[in-house]
Design a protein around this ligand. Structure first.
Ligand SMILES: [Zn+2]
Length: 257
């Protein structure tokens, strides 16, 4: 027996009103050009749910958005995880195009001014190439690591580990959005000192991003937020170094011949 005056085209459940109460789909009409046009315009311009307004919001309030999502205000935002996938895809593409990491590595070497063996230099170049290629995977892998430390240091009483993953997903979405702008700067200039300055700025952006996330999400002072940001960053950096070294060794062993 079907209850309701409509049958959902998506899941075949009977229902009353404009939305299916089983799967949530809106009453489906045949596609028309105005409908498609409306969807397109909606995707880009809608005040809350559009991708561009989300990009603008994630830069200034990643912690607030994460808090909203954790508290259940989800429908009004563009999907955070989808957004991160899109944005990491773009930054990975840009980083590969600008040879950002290879040049950074070269610059660090020339600033250190050490006489490295050709073999070691070659190894570093290879590492940079691999890091560049798998930047997107590394970005994703780091989120649960950041979350682990923010959960341990800040959240254990109030928020669970998964909620800290949401917080750092928002944080990564923010830094990757900013990274699009900074990486684009490398198309303009590939000057050595410019690279060094940008690398230092990137580090500060990362720390500020963490601090902003913690301040908005945990509602703590800037001082405390910065302190925890530094703590989480250092701990995650150590884990990252160990992780990268292990991957590097594995990669070199596999591609030895
Ligand atoms: Zn349905």
């Amino acid at each position: 027996m079907i209850i309701g005056d409509r049958i959902c085209a998506n899941c075949n459940q009977g229902y009353y009103g404009n939305f299916c109460n089983n799967c949530g789909q809106k009453d489906a009409h045949r596609y028309t050009l105005t409908h498609i046009l409306h969807e397109m315009v909606h995707l880009f311009t809608h005040a809350d749910k559009g991708i561009f307004s989300f990009a603008a919001n994630i830069i200034t309030k990643p912690g607030t958005i994460a808090l909203d999502l954790v508290e259940g205000k989800r429908k009004k935002y563009f999907n955070l995880f989808q957004y991160l996938l899109i944005i990491v895809g773009i930054t990975t593409f840009l980083i590969a195009k600008t040879h950002f990491l290879e040049i950074t590595m070269q610059n660090i070497n020339s600033f250190n001014n050490t006489k490295m063996s050709a073999q070691l230099a070659n190894l570093q170049q290879q590492s940079a190439a691999v890091l560049q290629k798998y930047n997107n995977i590394l970005q994703m892998v780091l989120i649960p690591v950041f979350a682990l430390f923010s959960w341990l240091f800040l959240g254990r009483r109030k928020y669970n580990y998964a909620e800290n993953v949401v917080l750092h997903t928002a944080g990564s979405a923010q830094t990757n959005t900013i990274a699009i702008v900074t990486t684009l700067c490398f198309f303009i200039s590939s000057n050595k000192s410019f690279f060094l300055i940008m690398t230092i700025i990137s580090l500060f952006i990362m720390l500020l991003s963490f601090a902003l996330c913690y301040r908005q999400f945990y509602k703590i002072s800037w001082g405390k937020a910065l302190l925890f940001a530094l703590l989480v960053y250092i701990c995650s950096y150590i884990v990252q170094m160990v992780f990268v070294t292990v991957i590097m060794i594995a990669y070199l062993l596999i591609t030895w011949h």
